[in-house]
Design a protein around this ligand. Structure first.
Ligand SMILES: Nc1nc2c(c(=O)[nH]1)N[C@@H](CN(C=O)c1ccc(C(=O)N[C@@H](CCC(=O)O)C(=O)O)cc1)CN2
Ligand SMILES: [Mg+2]
Length: 300
């Protein structure tokens, strides 16, 4: 039997309606609508599409958004000046600097310049540190989206073997931190799983992958995961977005659907959830800025 399709697009739509209701409730309490500043630097076509989709999703949820564009050849200082302006703007709850940035820009300096309580991507070291010790403020949107797919599709992660292919700061590392975490009041999304991160230097890759109850692929190689690398009945989450022969494909080969019990499609799986979780984080930022959410929570 082919794998059950984990329809991220449908779940993203459901969650966006829920978020719109939460935004309306927030405004009904007398608060101003949440606001997101989106920063787009240069001419990467895909980045332009993602930012446009993020702003459309904001609009539909009742979140205000503003687009700031800088030219491809801008300097780090120009971008840092813009971030400082947005940090100081009381209408702005969240700042999204779309990645990747042009090569002359010091990406890490830009990430660190964003105020941690406006860092709705969850990339600032303060937010990464909080996630690491189990008192997160904002979870990075892609792994947060994966966690929501697993939870809302009823896929229990407690005690499961999870293999994560890829060790990026945006996907692999935060994904591991979320799924290994013991759930607590401060961190209800904790997955209680046994997590293995695999990467280009990992030995016995296929054997490791074949032990996984849940396999999360985020290495950016089209169709890297082949059927013989997967344990029969495993759950497969495909975070890859690659272009192959003019089509968008994931890191997982289509034949894996014959082996797996459930699998996210590409497109229409994790991608739409990434955008949805940005809305959730922006609402959370607005709650923080209106004094509704605790800034600090203790480890339990
Ligand atoms: N500042 C950030 N930059 C980047 C992030 C991020 O979370 N924050 N993630 C990615 C890009 N990304 C969001 O920004 C993103 C990628 C893909 C999708 C998506 O919906 N993809 C579609 C398929 C692709 C397409 O049709 O063009 C899908 O999977 O269905 C959404 C968001 C890197 N940069
Ligand atoms: Mg990302």
């Amino acid at each position: 039997m082919p794998a059950r399709v984990l329809d991220g697009k449908a779940l993203a739509e459901t969650m966006r309606v829920e978020i719109a209701q939460q935004v309306a409730a927030h405004v009904a309490l007398g608060h101003r609508p949440p606001g997101l500043a989106a920063v787009l630097v240069g001419n990467v076509a895909a980045s332009r599409v993602y930012v446009r989709n993020k702003r459309r999703a904001c609009d539909a949820a009742g979140i205000r958004s503003w687009l700031y564009e800088l030219p491809e050849e801008c300097s780090s200082q120009q971008l840092l000046d813009l971030v400082a302006q947005l940090n100081a703007d009381a209408q702005v709850d969240g700042i999204l600097v779309q990645l990747p940035l042009p090569k002359q820009i010091d990406e890490q300096a830009v990430i660190e310049a964003i105020l941690p309580d406006k860092d709705v991507d969850g990339f600032h070291p303060d937010n990464v540190g909080r996630l690491t010790i189990g008192i997160p403020r904002f979870l990075p949107c892609t792994p947060y989206g994966v966690q929501q797919i697993l939870q809302r599709e009823g896929i229990d992660t407690a005690g499961k073997r999870v293999a994560i292919l890829g060790r990026s700061n945006i996907v692999g590392k935060p994904m591991a931190l979320i799924l290994m975490q013991k759930p607590s009041k401060a961190f209800p999304m904790g997955g209680d799983a046994t997590v293995t991160i695999l990467h280009s230097r990992s030995r016995d890759l296929v054997e490791q992958l074949r032990q996984a109850d849940i396999l999360i692929a985020g290495i950016g190689v089209a169709h890297f995961v082949q059927p013989e690398m997967v344990k029969p009945g495993a759950v497969i989450i495909d975070v890859g977005i690659n272009s192959l022969e003019g089509k968008i494909v994931g890191d997982v080969a289509p034949g894996v659907a014959e082996i797996a019990s459930a699998m996210t499609p590409v497109p229409g799986g994790v991608g739409p959830m990434t955008i949805t979780m940005l809305l959730q984080n922006t609402l959370e930022a607005a709650r923080i800025h209106s004094g509704l959410s605790p800034r600090e929570t203790s480890v339990r």
